[in-house]
Design a protein around this ligand. Structure first.
Ligand code: R5P
Length: 292
């Protein structure tokens, strides 16, 4: 196995240089995918902006209704016009997302954790590929714990899902997990996102961090960024603007939308940043106009 001896210290991520191997398709790393994969990727990432607003409401799979998602059935239809993709469990999607909503679906396919446990890093593949096909999932989301006790099993889960996805042309979204004991540094995210991408995921979900543009540059597939813990709305819009400016292809935002007093207006403002190039300041002014 390669060691780190002789590694040059100064790394060059060429952050100003666009991804090179992109002839023929608008999404990073998707050049060689087949028609079915590209179709699913195009359902998720708007071909005009190249970006996506994913609404993450998969928190219930380990938190129940504690996160603030008591009534998905009421929230989802109101948010639908302003998001591109619904990310949730099959239980939440089948019961609360009307099939008439022509939005893409990121189906969470791993499970096994609950907030009652100390170590959340051991999961299983809970949804088989046939059910993902039945649900017309545009991608399958797998929680991936790099550097945690459950790393081996989550790499096994990820590989199983990617292999099944390759058989039926359904992309896999590798969710870079950060447990309590895991660092949130660029060093960690560079390691974890690159491992996840090299396992064969077509999309990686991660968090903002210092030198985020280097994380993006070193990851050969599109990155979407989780919102994380609830922030004041102005800060959440700054986060969204900052990561898009640094090369993310969208956000996968949950709590900063659904825990806001104004979830619909937040989704609208985030959409303006992600698809219309609004700055954080412009989006904040838009949000204020909408809420006053
Ligand atoms: C995390 O495991 C889940 O995938 C969440 O969906 C994700 O963290 C995004 O939600 P939030 O913006 O609330 O962090």
């Amino acid at each position: 196995m390669a060691d780190l001896e002789g590694l040059k210290v100064a790394k060059d991520y060429h952050v100003e240089t666009p991804f090179a191997n992109q002839n023929g398709f608008y999404l990073k790393g998707a050049n060689s995918l087949d028609w079915g994969m590209k179709k699913h990727m195009s359902n998720i990432f708007n071909p005009k902006s190249g970006n996506t607003v994913m609404f993450a409401f998969d928190h219930g799979y380990f938190m129940g209704s504690a996160a603030g998602l008591e009534r998905l059935d009421l929230l989802i239809p109101q948010l639908a016009p302003y998001v591109d993709c619904f990310m949730g469990t099959r239980g939440a999607i089948r019961t609360c997302v009307a099939p008439e909503l022509t939005k893409s679906v990121a189906l969470r396919v791993t499970s096994g954790s609950s907030m009652l446990q100390d170590d959340l890093s051991h999961e299983v593949v809970a949804v088989d590929i046939e059910d993902a096909i039945r649900m017309n999932a545009d991608c399958m989301a797998v929680q991936t714990f790099i550097g945690a006790k459950g790393q081996l099993s989550s790499i096994d889960n990820l590989s199983q899902v990617i292999n099944a996805g390759m058989r039926y042309s359904i992309p896999t979204l590798g969710v870079c997990a950060v447990g309590k004991e895991m660092e949130r540094t660029d060093r960690f995210f560079k390691l974890a996102t690159r491992i996840i991408a090299e396992m064969g995921c077509q999309i990686v979900k991660t968090y903002d961090c210092e030198n985020f543009e280097e994380v993006v540059a070193a990851c050969p597939v599109p990155i979407v960024v989780a919102g994380g813990k609830k922030l004041p709305e102005k800060e959440a819009l700054e986060l969204a603007y900052d990561v898009i400016r640094k090369g993310a292809h969208g956000v996968d935002m949950g709590r900063n939308i659904f825990q806001s007093q104004y979830p619909i207006e937040m989704a609208k403002a985030v959409n303006k940043i992600v698809h219309e190039g609004m700055t954080a300041k412009e989006a904040w002014e838009f949000f204020e106009d909408e809420t006053h």
